[in-house]
Design a protein around this ligand. Structure first.
Ligand SMILES: [Fe+2]
Length: 183
């Protein structure tokens, strides 16, 4: 089962997500859906409803986890699986770190939501360079955190290459989506 957009928005309210995290999630959904539609034009078989729901709900428990310090990818995933939204829970579980070993020839919904989240800084579409510079400034306080972020950055560039090799467009073209929604 996959919740529709209306149900996702209701859940986002029910879980008390902060306004800025809701705005971020709406933007991630926009980017993820754009990429998915383009991939489907190139013979991929992305489930658009799944991508939309997982994007909207990827930070469902983040507001709460800011206080509890729990892993919001994990708690969000558990809650969604408990509601019988199994696939949405699986995608949410991997929105920070992707599991290793997926089929290298296929772009999964997990890959798309993970990548889209990394292209939206707060509620603005940015390049990976800008996003990771910001993350490193905010969280890269010690050597270990910095190495962690650098590993994530490297893996995200690999995903970017994989997606945009199929799409045959420039990753920077995503920023045009922002322009369109602002004008
Ligand atoms: Fe998150």
């Amino acid at each position: 089962m996959i919740p529709n957009r209306e149900e996702c928005l209701r859940l986002m309210g029910e879980y008390g997500m902060l306004e800025n995290i809701i705005a971020h999630s709406l933007e991630v959904a926009k980017v993820a859906l754009f990429i998915s539609r383009e991939l489907n034009k190139k013979e991929q078989r992305i489930d658009l409803d799944l991508v939309e729901a997982a994007s909207l709900l990827h930070d469902l428990t983040k507001t709460e986890c800011l206080k509890t310090k729990e892993d919001h990818a994990k708690t969000g995933s558990q809650i969604l699986k408990g509601m019988e939204y199994k696939r949405v829970g699986e995608v949410v579980a991997q929105h920070i770190w992707l599991e290793k070993g997926g089929d290298p020839a296929i772009v999964s919904e997990e890959v798309i939501v993970n990548y889209a989240d990394k292209r939206v800084m707060h509620e603005r579409i940015v390049s990976l360079e800008e996003r990771f510079n910001d993350l490193k400034e905010r969280y890269g306080r010690d050597q270990r955190s910095l190495e962690f972020l650098e590993r994530m950055e490297k893996e995200t560039y690999e995903i970017e290459n994989k997606i945009f090799l199929i799409l045959q467009i420039d990753p920077n073209e995503l920023q045009c989506l922002q322009w369109k929604s602002d004008h």
